[in-house]
Ligand binder design. Structure first.
Ligand code: FE2
Length: 439
């Protein structure tokens, strides 16, 4: 969060008008209920499984996002009684300032508390916060933390979708997350991807980072100047068809294309394609949240690691963009503050469509697939972490990770910005992560 600018904007609690409070209240209930909508197609058994250390059980996500509001907003209130004091240990993710945590890789061992009890926990915390919003009992700082809690819950909604996709992919029956979802809208399925074109950029100094208007995480600021070299950047992401050429050209068998750590991983894990691609008798297929589907040639490739994105770029004679190149290009085509057009989880779910990338029919920078950049995740000049325990949110992860930009089909449209910095280690590929090339 660009803390100072944001807090200055809300520093006078009397400036929070009734209509602004109503908007926050509506946003609170809309975001909290979306988490339950994501859970609706699932059985209680689905919600327990942890299929790998990076994945958390759905039930844990539901509890942890609730714990976040309880810990950072409600426990400071003198007459608040915790729903269950033991939850602090079970559902604290990584906040050492708050206390010890149950080991992340063992979250799937927690068969208790059950789903019903977690739902009761959510209702308990929601009722407390709803009352405080209705009675205008939250001061500016509390509203600021409430907003972080909502943004945090939206991040976990994306993880819920990608985690349950991984869980279901481990079942040989390859069940669909939701059989009622359509694969893609008719209008999209008839479209191909736009031709690959390149936007030229001369060498120049540009402004990078969040400007302080509206919410941003601390890692997006401060806004600062950065030198861009002369370069060009693609107007769309790499498609499945283009990535298939790399696969069929022996891309996964050619060590000269890979970073050393990536090649070790390819050999050890026997990677031969993006995660979720399967070669059947009738050609390539892809496991999706709508079940097993023929591989869509025009969709942007997704579920590739940084190593695969980098190797593909080398094979193509190109490179990945830096995060500054990406942000400068995105700034020039996305109007701040406008409703985001594109492929986003909330829009897809409202339309009854599967949460899945769709062919990129026009130039777009936000939604569909996250895009790996060549930039390692580190602090901007003058970075200041959020105060207190919430300072552990972003800053302490600035080591051994790469920045991804743009959001994905599993991101909510109200959650993403051109300055947003996501980050994952280079081997991660269970997110909807894709490739945009630069030259
Ligand atoms: Fe979290």
């Amino acid at each position: 969060m660009n803390t100072k600018a944001y807090q200055a904007a809300v520093s006078d609690s009397s400036s929070v008008s009734t209509s602004a409070l109503q908007a926050i209240s509506q946003r609170f209930s809309a975001i909290r209920s979306l988490s339950l909508r994501i859970t609706e197609p699932l059985s209680a058994e689905d919600c327990v499984i942890q299929s790998m250390p990076d994945v958390s059980p759905i039930r844990w996500h539901l509890a942890h996002t609730t714990w976040f509001f309880e810990t950072f907003l409600l426990t400071g209130i003198s007459d608040y009684r915790p729903f269950n004091a033991q939850y602090e240990y079970l559902f604290n993710s990584y906040y050492n300032t708050v206390g010890k945590q149950f080991p992340r890789h063992q979250r799937g061992l927690l068969s208790r508390p059950g789903l019903d009890e977690i739902i009761d926990y959510r209702l308990h915390v929601d009722a407390q916060l709803g009352h405080m919003l209705d009675e205008d009992l939250l001061d500016a700082n509390a509203l600021h933390i409430l907003e972080i809690g909502l943004q945090h819950e939206q991040q976990h909604q994306e993880l819920m979708l990608t985690d349950i996709k991984h869980v279901l992919s481990c079942n040989p029956l390859l069940p669909a997350y939701s059989p009622t979802q359509r694969q893609t809208s008719e209008s999209h399925s008839l479209l191909g991807a736009i031709p690959l074109e390149w936007t030229e950029c001369d060498e120049q100094i540009v402004n990078i980072g969040h400007d302080g208007n509206g919410f941003a995480f601390d890692n997006e600021g401060p806004r600062h100047r950065a030198l861009l070299q002369k370069h060009s950047i693609a107007t769309r992401c790499v498609t499945n068809a283009e990535f298939l050429e790399f696969v069929e050209d022996g891309g996964y068998q050619r060590p000269e294309l890979w970073l050393s750590l990536g090649w070790d991983l390819v050999c050890r894990e026997e990677w031969r394609s993006p995660l979720y691609w399967l070669r059947g008798n009738d050609g390539w297929q892809e496991f999706t949240l709508a079940g097993l589907q023929p591989l869509s040639a025009a969709q942007p490739v997704s579920h590739v690691s940084y190593f695969e994105a980098d190797a593909f770029a080398r094979w193509a004679g190109k490179r990945l963009p830096t995060e500054y190149e990406w942000e400068y290009a995105a700034q020039n085509s996305v109007q701040p503050g406008q409703r985001q057009e594109g492929v986003f989880a909330d829009h897809l779910m409202d339309n009854g469509e599967a949460v899945q990338p769709q062919p990129q029919a026009k130039e777009e920078w936000l939604g569909n697939v996250w895009q790996w950049t060549s930039s390692d995740y580190s602090a901007y000049p003058g970075f200041e972490a959020e105060e207190g325990a919430l300072g552990e949110y972003n800053g302490k992860f600035m080591c051994n990770q790469y920045v991804l930009r743009g959001g994905s089909c599993a991101t909510s449209s109200t959650h993403i910005r051109t300055t947003y910095r996501n980050f994952f280690p280079p081997q991660a590929r269970w997110q909807f992560s894709g490739i945009r090339l630069a030259d």
